[in-house]
Design a binder for this molecule. Structure first.
Ligand code: ADP
Ligand code: MG
Length: 396
């Protein structure tokens, strides 16, 4: 059933609790990529315009020890957000208690408060991550309505998303709405041909994605480390390439079921070491030597992938085509980026943390229709599974 969105809620002059995903990367105390904060602005600005009193919750990293607390202090995010919004953002150093309650109480219409890292509550007994019912109820008691806009944690049932949602009227924010529109639209209602590109490290991580998309896509391109388990399943030798012996049977099943839907590499870039300066060669998938490993797709494979992609109307991509982090093994991933960049009116979507990083690192970010902000969440969505953080939101 369709979920309520922020536009379905009465937020005017209300205290609105918002779960955002401010789990941003830090280096030496500085935010190195503020994209997640930027992505939450639409929802926050809308609430400010509605004269809401905005209370923001987010986790940051994992918190198991007191040192983790210092390392994962959310306060710098309040500063960055305040720069981006052009107005003061208040900060509560505490995740519960009188001080927090007072800060919420004192908020005026259109003011914004960020609460300290929700995972500070994990220190004694995983209250946040374990969705402790008392904690969710307490947080919910601070506000009138709840908006979940943290797509990146939507695949988890935590106190700050599922917990709060079970006590208040609720809706998804603009970011989650956008993610569902693009990823959901592509998977459930694709304009055809629909080509899925799956790669990355392991078959075992992606089996459910492959099987879910097998029924929906017209072609499935397989690259990256997971290709070698498929090649092995076809009886080929893969040397020292990444290969999961115990997944050979399921790879065989998929090959059989998929028929000519499945597009596997025909040549690969092999290396004598997993290193940027290793010796490399390009060989047919029939000629991988025993003591070498395949780290990228070869040029013939890239041509073949480009051919398959050239008339695609919908493309969903999860998992890099090779070890793109090393220049010597980035050509397969670049090739796929180029092929997608050339598509004129296709709906092109990237899901997966490393895949999104690859697209950004290689400079193709603006060539895609949508790059998901949630690695694990987008993966789970592509598996055809429900996301608890969204399921918990009120139905329309
Ligand atoms: P995503 O995060 O997009 O879902 P994965 O986590 O499944 O992607 O996989 C990404 C990783 O897979 C990258 O770090 C990349 O280096 C690695 N990888 C890709 N191809 C190979 C390969 N042939 N051998 C080993 N690792 C590979
Ligand atoms: Mg990954």
């Amino acid at each position: 059933m369709a979920k309520k969105t922020i536009k379905d809620l009465n937020v005017q002059d209300k205290t609105v609790l918002v779960r955002v995903d401010f789990n941003v990367p830090f280096q030496d105390g500085k935010i190195t990529d503020d994209n997640r904060i930027v992505q939450a602005l639409d929802t926050i600005k809308y609430l400010i315009d509605q004269d809401s009193k905005v209370v923001l919750f987010s986790h940051l990293g994992k918190v198991k020890t007191e040192e983790d607390k210092a390392k994962n202090n959310l306060e710098p995010v309040a500063k960055r957000l305040s720069e981006l919004l052009g107005q003061e953002v208040k900060f509560s150093p505490e995740t519960r208690g009188e001080k927090l309650e007072q800060l919420v109480e004192e908020l005026a219409a259109g003011e914004v408060l960020l609460v300290q890292n929700t995972r500070y509550e994990d220190i004694d007994g995983k209250k946040e991550s374990g969705n402790d019912p008392e904690l969710g109820k307490y947080w919910a008691s601070l506000g009138d309505v709840f908006v979940n806009d943290a797509f990146g944690t939507a695949h988890r049932a935590h106190a700050s998303n599922v917990g709060i949602a079970s006590h208040l009227d609720s809706g998804v924010g603009f970011l989650i709405e956008k993610e569902l529109k693009y990823i959901g639209g592509a998977v459930d209602n694709p304009e055809r041909p629909f080509v899925a590109i799956l790669g990355g490290a392991k078959v075992s991580d992606k089996i459910n994605v492959i099987t879910n998309l097998l029924d929906k896509a017209d072609k499935i391109i397989i690259g990256g480390g997971m290709a070698y388990t498929f090649l092995k399943a076809q009886g080929k030798e893969v040397g020292k390439s990444l290969m999961e012996e115990d997944r050979i049977p399921v790879a065989k099943e998929i090959i059989e079921k998929a028929g000519d839907k499945l597009v596997l590499p025909v040549d690969v870039v092999i290396a004598d070491d997993f290193a940027p300066d290793a010796n490399t060669e390009i060989v047919s998938v029939d000629d991988i030597p025993a003591d070498w490993e395949g780290l990228d797709c070869g040029p013939k494979t890239v041509e073949q992938f480009k051919e398959v992609l050239q008339d695609a109307k919908t493309v969903v991509w999860n998992g890099p085509m090779g070890v793109f982090e090393m220049e010597a093994f980035a050509k397969g991933t670049i090739g796929v980026c180029e092929a997608i960049a050339e598509l004129e009116d296709a709906n092109t979507i990237v899901g997966g943390g490393d895949s999104a990083a690859a697209v950004a690192q290689l400079g193709y970010e603006d060539k895609f229709t949508h790059i998901s902000t949630g690695g694990g969440a987008s993966l789970q969505y592509l598996e055809g599974k429900e996301l608890p953080g969204i399921e918990a939101i009120a139905d329309k």
